[in-house]
Design a protein around this ligand. Structure first.
Ligand code: ADP
Length: 266
């Protein structure tokens, strides 16, 4: 099993007055090539869960990525981090080098990857960033362009699993669409994608698997169409509200109407 979480629990600030449970007995299997959307209220535990997947957070229980177990002291953490790339929320806040080219070359060097020019161009094509940006300062870019650079710096060391923590937060409509296209291309290339978001309907076309977090618990995991059919109260208590597109899709799905596939492409 490529990624497996078994009885995963985690609390912040243990034995302090601020102790806070963030994950409670989570069990989940993620197979190679799948695309998972993690949804639920802010504070429900999504980021914490994503951070357990590359050893940034070592929880109780067991997290296994391919053959690597995150809480095993013999695990090569560098190998794990290279396998599981995380694109954090507001990743642009981590830029510190003078040019985009240097920024892109920084991460692969850490993983002993010698990035070739053609590879940089390949990744720029995937995210939709013009080549002549390479000599610009990251700080001269718009928010959406910065996000693209941050995505390239993770793609640059070719991780097998790619985690996006709210990749479209704070972006305008057209950049959200382009992040969506990047996710689609990467998934079509066979990458396993794990993504937390508040914008479910943007990913409808890809029919992702869905995981719902609520108060540190994983309360649903399954196929997109099973998620769509969930009880409305159950969903709204988890902070999930369907927009018009999801409602239309649900109606077509319940009537077994082929129109649903057209709606998904809208
Ligand atoms: P989400 O990604 O769903 O918004 P998080 O995983 O960020 O949820 O947070 C889960 C819970 O853990 C929340 O109650 C949050 O306040 C708490 N939490 C998150 N990060 C920290 C931290 N660094 N220190 C203390 N508590 C935290």
């Amino acid at each position: 099993m490529p990624i497996e979480l078994e009885n995963v629990s985690f609390s912040y600030g243990i034995n302090t007055p601020f102790e806070k449970k963030a994950l409670n007995e989570v069990n989940l299997k993620i197979n190679e090539g799948e695309l998972w959307l993690f949804i639920g209220h802010t504070g429900s535990g999504k980021s914490t869960l994503l951070n357990t997947l590359n050893g940034l957070i070592i929880p109780n229980g067991k997290v296994t990525v391919d053959t690597l177990q995150t809480n095993n002291k013999n695990t090569n953490m560098k190998e794990l981090r290279k396998k599981v790339g995380i694109i954090f929320q507001y990743p642009e806040s981590q830029f510190f080098l003078p040019t985009i080219a240097e920024e892109i070359l920084y991460a692969p060097k850490n993983f002993d990857v010698d990035l070739k020019k053609e590879e940089i161009k390949f990744y720029m094509d995937i995210v939709g960033l013009p080549y002549d940006y390479l000599n610009r300062s990251p700080f001269s870019l718009s928010g959406g362009e910065m996000r693209k650079v941050a995505i390239i710096s993770v793609l640059s060391y070719n991780p097998k699993y790619i985690i996006f923590d709210e990749p479209t937060v704070g972006l305008d409509y057209s950049t959200r669409k382009s992040v969506f296209n990047t996710v689609k291309k990467l998934n079509n290339m066979g990458k396993t994608i794990i993504l937390s978001t508040h914008w479910i309907s943007e990913f409808l076309e890809l029919k992702p698997l869905v995981a719902i977090m609520k108060n540190s618990n994983l309360i649903f995991k399954g196929k997109f169409d099973d998620f769509i059919k969930l009880d409305q109260n159950f969903l709204s208590e988890a902070g999930i509200i369907f927009d018009e597109k999801l409602e239309l899709y649900k109606k077509a799905l319940l009537k077994n109407d082929k129109l649903k596939d057209k709606i998904a492409m809208l």
